[in-house]
Design a protein around this ligand. Structure first.
Ligand code: ADP
Ligand code: MG
Length: 228
C-alpha cells in the first residue's frame, strides 16, 4: 500500500488516524503489526480488508488496485482474496462448526468442494471431532480455531487478524498463536496480524510498529535505541 491516509470526521473532531503509510508485504510472510491502543492498527487492517475506504492512497492486493473497485466488486474481491479473524470469533450459533467453516466457500458458489475443504481445515486445526457441534457449544479457544479454519478455507491471498487472542486466557492465546504461525509455514499463507500484546507472538517474520498513525519497520524498542 502506498501513502495511505485516513481521516475520520471533520473540523474540531477530525482525527488523522493513518498518516502516509507505505508497506509492502511479501507472499507467505507472517507480519505482526503492533502498537498501543488508539495508534491506528484496526483502522489500517480495515483499509487492507476493504471494510472501509482510505481518505487517500492506494492499496494493491495480488496486483489489483482495490481502491478503485466498485462496491459490488469489493465484496466479491473480499470473499475471494481475503480471510478474516477477529477478536470475537463471530460464529453463527445456529450452524454447526462444519457449516460455519463451509460458509465462505458456499458464498462463492463452490458448494461441491465446500464440505471436503472445510473438513480438511478442521482436521488441521485439530477440531475434526467437534465439527457437528453448534457454534455456541464449544469453548472460546475452540471457537477461535474454527474462525481460523473459516478464514483459511478459501485459501485467500492474505489472512487478516485483529487482536485474535484478545479474548482468550493466556494458555488458549498461546495455542492460537502457535496454530496461526504453523498454518503460515505449512500452507505458505500470508498473515497480517494486529496485536497490542507483542510478547505473546514470540519470533515472527516481520514486525511493524504503528505509533500515532505512522508506521515504522521493526520493534518500538529497537527504534528508540537507534534514536538514542
Ligand atoms: N469510526 C471512527 N470514527 C472516528 N474516529 C475513529 C473511528 N475509528 C477509530 N477512530 C480513531 O482513530 C484512531 C485509531 O483507532 P484504531 O485504529 O481503532 O486504533 P487501535 O486499533 O490501534 O487501537 C483513534 O484515535 C480512534 O479514536
Ligand atoms: Mg484495534
Amino acid at each position: 500500500m502506498y501513502n495511505l491516509n485516513k481521516v475520520y470526521g471533520e473540523g474540531d473532531t477530525k482525527v488523522h488516524a493513518l498518516q502516509d503509510i507505505s508497506i509492502s508485504v511479501n507472499k507467505g510472510e507472517f507480519l505482526l503489526i503492533v502498537g498501543s491502543s488508539g495508534s491506528g492498527k484496526s483502522t489500517l487492517l480495515n483499509m487492507i480488508g476493504l471494510l472501509d475506504h482510505p481518505t487517500s492512497g492506494k492499496i494493491l492486493i495480488d496486483g489489483i488496485e482495490t481502491t478503485t473497485l466498485s462496491d459490488g466488486k469489493i465484496s466479491e474481491f473480499r470473499n475471494h482474496k481475503l480471510g478474516f479473524i477477529f477478536q470475537f470469533s463471530n460464529l453463527l450459533s445456529d450452524l454447526t462448526v462444519l457449516e460455519n467453516v463451509m460458509l465462505p466457500k458456499q458464498i462463492q458458489g463452490k458448494n461441491s468442494s465446500a464440505s471436503k475443504d472445510a473438513k480438511e481445515l478442521l482436521k488441521i486445526v485439530g477440531l475434526e471431532d467437534q465439527m457437528h457441534k453448534r457454534g455456541n457449544k464449544i469453548s472460546g479457544g475452540q471457537a477461535q480455531r474454527v474462525a481460523i479454519a473459516r478464514g483459511l478455507v478459501n485459501r485467500p491471498a492474505i489472512v487478516l487478524a485483529d487482536e485474535p487472542t484478545g479474548n482468550l486466557d493466556s494458555v488458549s492465546a498461546q495455542n492460537i498463536v502457535q496454530l496461526m504461525k504453523s498454518m503460515a509455514k505449512k500452507l505458505g499463507q500470508t498473515f497480517i496480524v494486529v496485536t497490542h500484546d507483542r510478547h505473546q507472538f514470540g519470533d515472527v517474520d516481520r514486525v511493524i510498529t504503528i505509533k500515532d498513525g505512522r508506521a515504522f519497520e521493526g520493534e518500538e524498542s529497537a527504534r528508540l535505541e537507534a534514536v538514542a
